[in-house]
Ligand binder design. Structure first.
Ligand code: NAD
Length: 496
């Protein structure tokens, strides 16, 4: 029997969105009266109203997280008990997939088909880290005959997690799953642009058997709730994902409070280098180039928005990438046929168009511009004749704008690729073994993919972690190394 297609507009009209802070296992009222609207960018009208949040809300959440940590209800549960809960969370995410996808689509304009497909990442991360709970080993060090020298991995305590809006559910999961797997308690702040799927996640986790206080979600504004988490003396580690500017504020918050350690996953300006020896795979390469530049309307941290192409292959590749870009047609995010959603906010849309206009004044050629879709989105744009020093080649656009540059010899390609303050990711397309080696080792980025484009789960499951460079932040996220990021390493000597 086939399931009838979902009428997403009808479902959107009927859905009840969680809007209150989730603290100590239940939804509670914020201590503050100030509220803000979460705006559906496609319809330009409020989806829901949320509390702006207060430092007292954060205090309550930290106190609940601390109680849960200190009495050991989660931190000292057996590895098998913790694993069972995390795997159950994955099952319940799947059971609630349609509502979770709808929340993200409504709040930040992601096409519903994309939001629905992304649920597999959220369940994948919970399954990966659920399975990892009983495979996280410390060390036994060499010692003399009477000493047992152990390296223990312990939870850090209360983890503050701050996330952006571009993948609202996945960003929350990427913090919560490893932090919980390591035995920590979590106080998570979603972005004010898209908060509801993270609140729903907290409710789901409680239903899955996560003890009260182990996962608290406090919605609100950055300068209130975000800052209160950053400065809180009761938080042992902050794991932040967002812009470089805000990430650096968290360094200040930490330095001015309890000196808590940080994991910072910040912005990027990632390159993709394409060599002429890939000409036989023209359309396949162009499709991946377009995907990596324009996925999520270009609103992803590792968007590969600097295309560096070997001179003799430049024109053919650009034509093929334009064909691939033209297939991305902005439309109503709730129409399952839409393959390109809206830009998350009006302000961001203006910023993206501003980058295109400014690039023109700096001498770039606008080779393709799908233009705007009503007042809510912009189609992909492809700029050629871009020089590495132009604003559009240096600054993160966080929108669907691809800057194309040429290279003549491979050293020049690597130099352009590395000519950035950022270092999140890079792709190299070549069949030449020497170039592959040179790029894999020479590119300053946390994730380098060769003859492939990167998406968590696609090639290596969820097993690969990465550490960003420079302005993109620091600390490992993903894989077993990312799980260790949420652990404290303690050495123990037992003299017998
Ligand atoms: P942002 O820095 O504006 O906000 C991120 C989070 O910080 C939000 O929860 C926000 O409320 C909070 N915040 C904002 N101002 C604050 C303040 N003064 N004090 C404390 N908290 C504050 O980023 P954004 O616009 O939500 O997201 C886009 C950025 O995130 C881009 O730069 C993108 O590259 C980056 N990003 C990075 C990764 C990664 O893994 N490296 C992943 C996704 C997004």
């Amino acid at each position: 029997m086939t399931t009838p297609p979902i009428d997403w507009h009808a479902r959107a009209a009927a859905i009840t969105l969680p809007v209150r802070p989730f603290i100590d296992g239940r939804f509670v009222e914020s201590t503050g009266a100030e509220r803000f609207d979460s705006i559906n960018p496609a319809a330009n009208r409020p989806v829901c109203t949320l509390p702006a949040g207060t430092a007292e809300d954060v205090d309550r959440a930290v106190a609940a997280a601390r109680r849960a940590f200190e009495d050991g209800r989660w931190a000292k549960a057996t590895p098998l008990q913790r694993k069972a809960v995390l795997l159950r969370i994955a099952e319940l995410i799947e059971a609630n997939a349609d509502d979770l996808a709808l929340m993200d689509s409504l709040e930040m304009g992601k096409a519903i088909s994309a939001a629905r497909a992304e649920i597999a990442f959220a369940t994948g991360f919970f399954r990966y880290y659920g399975e990892a709970v009983d495979k996280l080993y410390g060390t036994v060090a060499p010692s003399d005959g009477i000493t047992l020298s152990l390296g223990l991995l312990e939870p850090r305590g209360v983890v503050g997690a701050i996330v952006p809006w571009n993948f609202p559910l996945i960003n929350a999961v990427l913090k919560a799953a490893p932090a919980l797997a390591a035995g920590n308690s979590v106080v998570l702040k979603p972005s004010e642009i898209a908060s509801t799927s993270a609140l729903k996640l907290a409710e789901i986790a409680a239903e899955a058997g996560l003890p009260d206080g182990a996962l608290n979600v406090v919605p609100g504004l950055g300068p209130t709730v975000g800052q209160a988490i950053g400065r809180h003396g009761g938080i042992d580690l902050v794991s932040f994902t967002g812009s470089t500017a805000t990430g650096r504020l968290f360094m200040t918050y930490a330095g001015q409070s309890n000196g808590k350690p940080l994991l910072l996953e910040c912005g990027g300006k990632s390159p993709q280098v394409v060599c002429g020896d890939m000409a036989d795979d023209l359309d396949a390469v162009a499709a991946r180039v377009a995907h990596d530049a324009f996925w999520n309307q270009g609103q992803w941290c590792a968007a590969k928005t600097r295309l560096i192409v070997e001179d003799g292959f430049h024109d053919r590749l650009v034509e093929a990438v334009i064909r691939a870009a033209a297939e991305r047609v902005p439309g109503d995010p709730l129409d399952p046929a839409t393959n390109f959603g809206t830009i998350a906010t009006r302000g961001q849309l203006g910023k993206v168009r501003g980058f295109i206009d400014h690039a023109r004044t700096e001498g770039a050629n606008v080779a393709f511009d799908g233009g705007t879709w009503g007042e809510t989105s912009t189609a992909p744009a492809i700029l050629t004749d871009v020089r590495p020093d132009m604003t559009v080649a240096c600054e993160e656009v966080f929108g669907p704008v691809l800057s194309v540059m040429r290279f003549r010899d491979f050293d020049e390609a690597l130099a352009i690729a590395n000519d950035t303050a950022y270092g999140l990711a890079a792709s190299i397309w070549t069949r030449d073994a020497r170039r592959t080696q040179a790029a894999a080792r020479g590119i300053r980025a946390g994730r380098v993919t060769v003859r492939a484009s990167a998406a968590a789960g696609e090639h290596s499951g969820f097993a690969l972690g990465a550490e960003p460079w420079g302005a993109s932040g620091f600390g490992i996220e993903g894989g077993m190394e990312g799980l260790r990021s949420y652990c404290r390493f303690k050495s123990v000597e037992i003299v017998c």
